[in-house]
Design a protein around this ligand. Sequence first.
Ligand code: G3I
Length: 450
Amino acid sequence: MNRARTLKAMVTLAVAGTLAAGMTVILAPAASAGTTLRAAAAEKGRYFGAAVATSKFSTGTYMTVLNREFNSLVAENEMKWDATEPQQGRFNYTGGDRIVSHAQANGMSVRGHALLWHAQQPGWAQSLSGSALRNAAINHVTQVATHFRGKIHSWDVVNEAFADGGSGGRRDSNLQRTGNDWIEAAFHAARAADPGAKLCYNDYNTDGVNAKSTGIYNMVRDFKARGVPIDCVGFQSHLGTSLAGDYQANLQRFAALGVDVQITELDVTQGSNQANIFGSVTRACMAVSRCTGITVWGVRDCDSWRGSDNALLFDCNGNKKPAYDAVLNALNAGGGITPSPTTPTNPTTPPPGPGGCTASLSLNSWTGGFVATVRVTAGSAATNGWTVTTTLPSGAAVTNTWSASASGNTGTVQFTNVSYNGRLNPGQTTEFGFQGTGSGPGSTPTCTAN
Ligand code: G3I
């Protein structure tokens, strides 16, 4: 008899005995123990995820374990800048789309990794600098987050921007050299492109209170104080043979700033301590009510970037390791989460006028460039098409437009619907965007419908 049936039989016997004694009983619903990682995490309101590669999607053992145990996916490489924009302005979403489709078909959420990172940049981006790089980077964030809009649970908007060692400061990189505000510019652009995704900062060597994690803590505190849209912090947790004693306290201090925390790339060197460390990390997450999920960086040991470290929960044949049991037990023993809403900074939709249409514009700008998101709202009658007119200040120019076609790129510029977003029912909205150099438009755009 399996465990669930044994429990059921015991409850039946107890109830029968109590009723026989003439007493009234009220049965509380029994909390059942999850028998897979995804079930156990879901019972506690959390996800349990894995980094995946589509090149493994035809491997039977891999897929069996993946679909049985995980309810969140992240692309190990296929949503990175070099994969999604191999040539400037030419986007390739093949791998990312396949991962999203697999997740959707199997009741899994998706973490997006990573919009901006100093590593795995395409060659063309590595050769840019200054405002050309800044504009390209923000365009990348906007385009990729727009493509996946509505499909991503959490985005790693910026990855690994802080230096190792004792400085607590930023890492030197081509992105950092575009100006210290590159991180907040990326978060604003990501929010405008996908208001429903949680926006995370993600880093490693942050597994306790140390100079690097404190530098990140100070940035998050500053972002929250100034309204920069950050929702979560990812702790990669690529771990060795010991775990910092203040691992949980560190998660907790970030949560106290008003952000969710997530364990995003967990793997642990195999050895006598592997199961203990996996268990301790899971217990720490479960003890922090804003720790919303755990992702391990691969499925089986032989899928791992860490090769001979055998750093994951399954061996190469898909067998569960002792570390698996430690994680499952910790999930089942843990507490629930406190869900938090995202706080979109998009403008509210203006009331529709009689017939016609209205347009509102939200601007994310920095020295030398901007991204504008325009929301078009049909009035009291349906539209078959629309044109939005805006005026750019002197010296400004539109360099890129999405979900609309632009006529002109300086001075007065007109944006007309594309094939799929001209038809709007009364009161319905659609959005398009454009990017430019110089300063963005200062006044409200006008909208005409046909
Ligand atoms: O796809 C090419 C293949 O065509 C080529 O033949 C082969 C030859 O080297 O390279 C393959 O690309 C490799 C890619 O992984 C896919 O396997 C790259 O060389 C290799 O550099 C790349 O490594 C990835 C690494 O990020 C790059 O920095 C790892 O898979 C990936 O696990 C790792 O993930 C990072 C996170 O994104 C951020 N945090 C740290 C983590 C571990 O380094």
